[in-house]
Design a binder for this molecule. Sequence first.
Ligand code: BTN
Length: 267
Amino acid sequence: MIDQRLLEAYLSALPIADIRFFETIGSTNDEAMRWVSQGAGDNSLVIAETQTQGRGRFNRRWITVPGASLAFSLILSPSESEKQHLPMFSPLGALAVCQGLEQVLNLQPEIKWPNDVLLNRRKVAGVLAEATWLGDQLQAVVVGIGININRAAVPPDDQVLFPAISIEHAAQESIDRYAVLAKVLQALLSWRNSLLSPGFHTSWENRLAFKNEWVKLSEDSEPDSPVTIGQVIGLDASGGLLLRLETGETTVVSIGDVHLRPGKPEK
Ligand code: BTN
């Protein structure tokens, strides 16, 4: 059960406009979008103990286990300049999760481009950033984040496309999930002010998983979807993934339209 008073105390130093708590909700992202249509302000937060329709990227299911997970969505009203860089809100969420984990625990999370957070090369958190529109007017960006806190949150390997882990498992200690939430939100709100800065780019790139390793990128999870195989070099200026192909050429994969997994070229 969410302890609302305790959670509010943890978040009291942060400029969160308003919070909606739910024991059970379909999806915190959907609820956040509903709230946007009712006039939610910048930095409003939706948090739920469990979700019955939790969603991931590419419409995958996201499981939220009561007492063992964190599931929340932050509503952001982008400025005119932020509107030009909407794809950066997903990596913003991932970088914020990394920094939150680094600050609360002595962990070294990595970002599986563009925005999954890994511990011990297993997925510990996912980010789903969605824009809401009224006609052609952008109303808000909802940054939804799901974090596996305890072992009970982690689906078995045969039920997920990418193996998962919890913070508790990686840290080998019990986790204060409200402390994690507070640090993640603090990092997110702080990096939001410098989304296009070299510092943001470097901090993201420094945490890139699989650097110099071979990876496979595919457009979707269908077995026959086209695959690009390359060695991870880093990020280009706009956050695209730089890959060295087998031919030695360098290519850039644009943000948001592919799946990445480790994999060597077939000889
Ligand atoms: C992914 O890994 O593909 C992204 C997962 C995002 C899950 C979070 S949990 C809170 C918010 N509500 C949702 O329905 N999804 C996001």
